[in-house]
Design a protein around this ligand. Structure first.
Ligand SMILES: [Zn+2]
Length: 511
């Protein structure tokens, strides 16, 4: 058992993968990470499904699975097929700092991602985190933040998307906010006697989204890792003097993105989802305008797949000229070309004809795509309970047949939503979770008749991957850690460190 008065430091780094912190530690003099590697542990940590910030951080904070804390994505999809914004409710699901505060422990919590509420306990000094502007638990914390020029992660993502701020400028601004966060944290840690301090850096996620597939990505990304590493180095030195322990965690990893896979386009072109006639017409018009022969040919290929499935498409087929009908009839399989003729149309949830839709995807773009079967949980169901299992198996089977443009299987693993979410009542759970090969991200917002792939936009230059990191120095059980760590281990480990029993104490990584 750890000493009664020992302290704990927890450092969060949003979206940090092992391949960056291990692979580049030497080159960029990341001493903090190097010390973890040499003197402690620094390993992969399994994230949630999907590996997304609003899902994984609440699991780290509470030790609960997504089906228990209710955060399945940034959004849930309701009965009427409409996206509803989700937010983590720290009043309902107690984060570790409130559990510690209830036992009289004094805590410092700086910008925890996705946690937007101030604590009700006087034992918690807190600045709320991304994605909203920071709020401060007291005037003292507010004025300390002002003194160090810290006002949360700079709100520049929109500017990055719109091109009014360059990735290089963004990198510099992010480094500045990370350094001021670190200096503020050092000041507060030194000044006050905290039992536990948790400092969370979120800028790393943003910069990676906008740069990882760029050949200059290191120039933009690594200065941010250097800032985190310098802070970790300072914390480890202090912890050694105090006999304290240190934990470093990220909610998921990150990877460069080569291509987006248009999951909704695949569902439509494979006959599982149906678009409304108006949107089909606008798609056809855009193809006719393009006048490309390749596009026309590919259109016919894909139309064949579409037309054989539904009445609405049968009507479209009737309107085609006879020559096109012949071509469509001859075409075999799905055309997977991303040649020059590719034309993309933005689609929304309301563009689907739900009466004719068997399965659809929605919410966020992510390396793990989510598919819902349109059953009686929704207002216009099209699948009977008795058919559901068979349809899920059929879709999974067909997804496994999809090849990337260089001929490799696109899908690496398909998870069953019933097994992962265990009939949660907190949201309408996806039925299939489709993990894609390295370098691919599932897109839900674009449709194309002649290709299933698309170049990622700037904001998807990088995206997440399943594994984040777990680093530790102190009184941890190395054998247990080597067996594999997941986001579910963090909260029970922190509570056990302070001798507090919780529901999942068996998941603790403390000796
Ligand atoms: Zn994240």
């Amino acid at each position: 058992m750890p000493a009664k008065n020992s302290k704990l430091y927890v450092i969060g780094v949003d979206s940090a993968p092992l391949w960056i912190v291990k692979g580049f530690a030497k080159i960029y003099h990341l001493k903090g990470f190097e010390t973890l590697l040499k003197e402690g542990n620094l390993l992969d940590m399994q994230s949630t499904l999907p590996p997304l910030t609003p899902v994984a951080w609440p699991t780290i904070y509470t030790g609960l699975e997504p089906r228990e804390h209710g955060m399945m994505d940034f959004f849930a999809i309701d009965k009427e097929y409409t996206k509803q914004l989700l937010y983590f409710d720290s009043d309902k699901h107690t984060p570790f700092w409130d559990a510690l505060a209830a036992k009289g422990k004094k805590c410092l919590v700086i910008t925890p991602a996705e946690s937007l509420k101030l604590s009700k306990s006087k034992n918690v000094d807190l600045i709320t985190g991304w994605p909203l502007a920071p709020r401060f638990s007291s005037k003292q914390i507010d004025s300390a933040a002002k003194k160090f020029g810290f006002n949360g992660e700079p709100d520049i993502e929109k500017g990055l998307r719109e091109g009014t701020i360059t990735v290089s400028e963004a990198s510099k601004r992010y480094v500045k906010s990370m350094q001021s966060r670190a200096e503020l944290s050092k000041h507060l840690i030194t000044k006050n006697k905290y039992d536990m301090a948790f400092v969370c850096f979120t800028e790393t996620d943003r910069i990676q989204h906008f740069s990882l597939n760029n050949k200059n990505w290191e120039e933009y990304v690594m200065p941010l890792y250097k800032s985190v590493s310098d802070f970790i180095e300072w914390v480890i030195l202090r912890a050694k003097k105090e006999g304290a322990a240190v934990i470093v965690v990220s909610d998921h990893g990150a990877q460069p993105i080569k291509k987006k896979f248009l999951l909704n386009a695949w569902l439509v072109n494979s006959g599982y989802a149906e678009l409304k006639p108006a949107i089909i017409k606008s798609i056809q018009d855009s193809y006719n305008k393009s006048g490309e022969s390749e596009a026309q040919a590919n259109l016919k290929y894909s139309l064949r797949e579409k037309l054989i499935k539904s009445k609405a498409r049968g009507m479209l087929y009737d309107k085609l000229p006879a020559s096109a009908k012949r071509l469509v009839g001859k075409a075999i399989g799905t055309a997977l070309s991303s040649g020059s003729g590719a034309t993309y149309t933005h689609i929304h949830d309301f563009d689907f004809e739900m009466k004719g839709t068997v399965a659809f995807t929605s919410v966020s773009n992510d390396p793990v795509g989510m598919i819902w079967i349109n059953d009686r949980r929704f207002s216009k169901p099209n699948v009977k309970d008795s058919e559901k299992r068979k349809i899920k198996a059929e879709i999974a089977g067909r997804l496994r047949e999809i090849k990337t443009e260089d001929g490799k299987p696109l899908v690496t693993k398909i998870y069953d939503g019933d097994e992962y979410y265990k009939n949660t009542k907190l949201f309408i759970a996806p039925d299939l979770l489709v993990a894609l090969r390295e370098g691919y991200v599932a897109d839900v917002k674009n449709y194309s008749l002649n290709t299933l792939f698309m170049e990622p936009e700037l904001a998807k230059s990088g995206d997440h991957m399943m594994n984040g990191i777990f680093g530790s120095i102190g009184q941890f059980d190395s054998k247990k850690i080597k067996r594999g760590v997941s986001v579910l281990n963090v909260e029970p480990t922190i509570l056990k460190y302070f001798g507090i029993k919780c529901e999942h104490s068996d998941r603790s990584l403390i000796k």
